[in-house]
Design a protein around this ligand. Structure first.
Ligand code: AMP
Ligand code: FE
Ligand code: FE
Ligand code: ZN
Length: 279
């Protein structure tokens, strides 16, 4: 069984349509695919239909950008009711804030680089959750950088003078929102270097207390030491340990299926996917 529970499409900052992503997953022999676009469930319907055609199990999910004390955390939610009013309202608020924030970043970057809001819109598929990757794509299209990664390292990283934050719910509140919507909350890549978070045993204990169910342990941005640490923390709380590629199509170098979830861990998660739309 090949289980990859964290991927992106053009509905956020990936480069493939949901149907294209599912087709590639089928080609690569993935049996269970989690679709987790940033702050949106817009790709679910197309992905579920494609998964049915290809005979693979699609786990509809989301990756919610959240905060705590100025730091950022990504929360995965699986199988929640996509129409849950409280969750929908928070996601709409976040996506609308992301738009103004992207304009603010472009205004700052535009002082030093030849990039305009129109250039960024040209790189943003209709309806997509807009983020820094689309600004990066515009900078690449303008010839300022060779690829997304270089644009991030130079101008778009969180410590950059061009950086502007957007509205995001508190990480603990987000755990409760996902649960209340019938979903399964899993904390994404807690040790990813780019994220500037302050993840540790104390925050984890609070999140578990509020209903966190799993921890993403095997992730391209985690080294062996971090994986060992996270395994220990997850085991200490009886959490499900997931593994996933965080695939972004051509937007990042990681390939689909590069990291996987163990079948035993997947079965634990699957048993919880009963509410909402989590088939
Ligand atoms: P945002 O949601 O606007 O804050 O942008 C964060 C997103 O940018 C993350 O979800 C990543 O997918 C992407 N990202 C962050 N760092 C890099 C990088 N160095 N290269 C490519 N994509 C990145
Ligand atoms: Fe992303
Ligand atoms: Fe993430
Ligand atoms: Zn992701």
């Amino acid at each position: 069984m090949r289980i990859d529970l964290h991927t992106h499409t053009v509905c956020s900052d990936g480069t493939q349509s949901p149907a294209e992503l599912v087709a590639e997953a089928a080609e690569r022999g993935i049996d269970v695919l989690g679709l987790t676009d940033h702050d949106t469930t817009a790709g679910w319907e197309e992905a579920l239909a494609a998964a049915e055609r290809h005979g693979l199990r699609l786990v509809p999910g989301i990756e919610i950008s959240t905060t705590r004390a100025g730091a950022g955390y990504h929360l995965l939610g699986y199988g929640q009711d996509p129409a849950d009013p409280a969750l929908v309202a928070e996601l709409e608020r976040a996506r609308s804030s992301r738009r103004g924030r992207a304009q603010a970043i472009v205004q700052r970057v535009g002082r030093d680089f030849p990039v305009s809001w129109a250039d960024v819109l040209a790189q943003t598929p209709a309806g997509a959750t807009i983020g820094r990757p689309h600004i990066a794509d515009a900078l690449v299209a303008k010839g300022c950088f060779p690829h997304r990664d270089a644009a991030f390292e130079t101008v778009l990283h969180t410590g950059s003078p061009y950086y502007v934050r957007h509205y995001a719910p508190d990480v603990g509140d987000a755990v409760e929102l996902v649960l209340a919507a019938g979903g399964v909350p899993v904390l994404a890549h807690p040790r990813a270097a780019r994220q500037c978070n302050r993840f540790g045993p104390q925050l984890l204990a609070e999140l578990v207390d509020r209903g966190l169910v799993g921890l993403e342990v095997d992730h391209p941005e985690h080294d062996v030491h971090q994986r060992r640490e996270l395994r220990g923390l997850a085991a200490g709380h009886g959490l499900i340990m997931t593994g996933a590629s965080d695939y972004h199509g051509a937007g990042k170098t990681t390939r689909l299926g590069a990291e996987l979830t163990a079948p035993r861990q997947w079965r634990r998660l699957a048993a919880l996917l009963t509410a909402g739309d989590g088939r």
